[in-house]
Design a protein around this ligand. Structure first.
Ligand code: C2E
Ligand code: CA
Ligand code: CA
Ligand code: CA
Length: 275
């Protein structure tokens, strides 16, 4: 037991989160990445469970690191959140996703919303709704083609977040609750915020086949959301059986490796052109 404890401790102290040198280095590189514009967006298609076609895309940020190559958000978003740099990165993501979506429309691709993930830090700025209005104006994207994904951890200042969400809704932009079911305040969220859509977290979808409780929970979330006039998308769909279950229970849309992982903008463009 003692040896176990020791090795745990070693692992712990060697992770970047706990090495102040690695951390400072990464923080500096992240700062430079913003100046040098090293971020790229990948897009994961969202499919209609009725018709089966692509009805939206989610923009997911990657960092094209000069030495380490393409990094996924898990490698830098936590530090970006902590250091506050997520505000600038998130602003770039918002602008780029809207610009790209408008460009696709101008090229004659079927118009559909792009979903952008928002950090609580972005909400804490005073003028988020004004900034979103400005980005829509600058890019020429119509508001119904932007969808914002928020997580339940955002209920820190409920009053502020509510006012902010109402202002965003008034612009005509859609609001989705991401990772639904994982927070402790899911229902509070539905009751108090103007929500258009919820995304069932992939931890529930994963065990639909094995765990009857998870199957019940997913079915209940879908039914309840529909009664509240809220659309439902399931994320992390990896198998045909999961997809069939969701379709049987009238889930509206799905996203997941079974149909497609997140892909580069070239690749999604080809997918959208193919229809
Ligand atoms: P998320 O918003 O829940 O995004 C879905 C994540 O699940 C993506 O990971 C995606 O690649 C992954 N995924 C999609 N389908 C499947 C599947 O079938 N199975 C499994 N196991 N995973 C699947 P990714 O791209 O690594 O992003 C991770 C998280 O980073 C996102 O989770 C989101 O919370 C955050 N993130 C990404 N881009 C942004 C951004 O622009 N701003 C902010 N604030 N956060 C972002
Ligand atoms: Ca998301
Ligand atoms: Ca999610
Ligand atoms: Ca997540």
């Amino acid at each position: 037991a003692k040896e176990n404890g020791k090795s745990d401790c070693k692992l712990y102290s060697e992770s970047w989160e706990n090495s102040s040198f690695e951390r400072l280095k990464l923080q500096h590189e992240l700062y430079q990445a913003i100046q040098r514009n090293e971020f790229v967006l990948h897009y994961q298609p969202q499919y209609d469970l009725g018709g089966g076609g692509i009805v939206g895309v989610e923009a997911l940020v990657r960092w094209n690191h000069p030495v380490r190559g393409l990094l996924s958000p898990g490698a830098f978003i936590p530090l970006a959140e902590e250091s506050g740099m997520i505000v600038q990165i998130g602003d770039w993501v918002l602008m780029e996703a809207c610009r790209q979506n408008k460009e696709w429309q101008d090229e004659g691709l079927p118009p559909m919303p792009v979903a952008v993930n928002l950090s609580i830090r972005q909400f804490m700025q005073h003028d988020l709704a004004a900034r979103i209005a400005e980005v829509l104006q600058l890019t020429g994207l119509e508001p119904q083609y932007l969808d914002l994904e928020i997580t339940e951890s955002m209920t820190i200042d409920v009053g502020h977040v509510t006012r902010c969400l109402l202002a965003i809704t008034e612009l005509g932009v859609g609001i989705s609750v991401d990772d639904f079911g994982t927070g402790y305040s899911s229902f509070h969220y539905l009751k108090n915020f103007p929500i258009d859509r919820l995304k069932i977290d992939r931890s529930f979808v994963r065990d639909i086949q094995q765990d009857p409780d998870d199957a019940e929970i997913v079915a209940a979330i879908i039914a309840m959301a529909h009664n509240l006039n809220i659309q439902v998308i399931a994320e992390g769909v990896e198998t045909e059986e999961q997809m069939e279950f969701l379709r049987r229970h009238q889930c509206d849309e799905m996203q997941g490796y079974f149909r497609s992982p997140p892909v580069s903008h070239d690749r999604i463009e080809r997918m959208l052109k193919a229809g």
